[in-house]
Design a protein. Structure first.
Length: 254
């Protein structure tokens, strides 16, 4: 039975199954892309289509980077190529395995941590200079505890980069995105019909969090907002209408 205590375990298993089926966000970077990154040529995304501006990162050589819910061998290898000391946290065994495969292929060491980001993070205060978190908070019910934990484990002047879903994807049917069918908030732990729908679609257990909710939680945690941009799904009807469904956010711990 799925409840508030174990729903993230279900998501871990679902992501493992996606990886086995060739999920887009589990396809590691190529050897060629890794070599280009060592020369300073790279693109990293927090959201489906738009690359993060390089100035958002600042110099990465020697920086302590946490790739949060960021397994899959896509971002970690780029950070390593740029000289960062990288830790990858993910709750999917298969995503961490992809990360390990790239590290073996390229001959570097990387710290891999299996942990649930809906719980207290297993790191000391001020452990990192940069946290990179691609879209993943839609798989946890409460975002406030996570952003407080990120603030805690960042050093002074540390940077948090996160990609977030703004909730619009949850009000429409995935099939054609032309009909509004759900109200917000979208919370399957509160609505059994939503849970049934997600289970039928093998979509994992997902939750809506609006952009306003994220920004409020980040500011309440103590962060200062320094930059933001919006992005679309990359395909589908909402994308064709240029409707933003995601945002990339940069905040700092002063």
């Amino acid at each position: 039975m799925i409840n508030r205590e174990n729903y993230t375990n279900e998501n871990s298993k679902v992501v493992d199954s996606w990886v086995k089926n060739g999920w887009l966000w589990s396809i590691p970077v190529s050897h060629e892309a890794y070599l280009k990154a060592k020369e300073g040529e790279y693109d990293i995304v927090l959201t489906p289509t738009k690359s993060v501006p390089h100035e958002w990162f600042g110099p990465l050589n020697g920086k302590r980077v946490l790739a949060l819910a960021s397994g899959g061998g896509q971002q970690g290898p780029i950070f390593k190529a740029l000289g960062a000391d990288v830790t990858v946290l993910d709750y999917s065994d298969m995503q961490l395995e992809r990360e390990k495969e790239v590290a073996i292929r390229e001959g570097y060491e990387i710290k891999l941590v299996k942990a649930d980001m809906s719980k207290p993070l297993p790191f000391d205060d001020s452990s990192f200079d940069l946290i990179f978190n691609p879209v993943s908070t839609c798989y946890i019910e409460k975002i406030e505890p996570l952003w407080k934990e990120c603030y805690r484990i960042l050093s002074k002047d540390g940077i948090l980069l996160t990609g977030v879903d703004n909730g619009i994807n949850y009000i429409v049917k995935d099939i054609d995105e032309r009909e509004i069918t759900h109200s917000l908030p979208f919370n399957p732990l509160e609505n059994p019909l939503l849970m049934e729908e997600l289970m039928k679609d093998d979509a994992g257990i997902q939750f809506s969090h609006t952009l306003g909710e994220h920004l409020t939680a980040l500011l309440n945690a103590g962060f200062k907002l320094t930059n933001i941009f919006e992005d679309t799904n990359g395909d589908g009807h909402l994308h064709e209408l240029n409707i933003p469904t995601f945002a990339a956010i940069r905040v700092i711990k002063e």
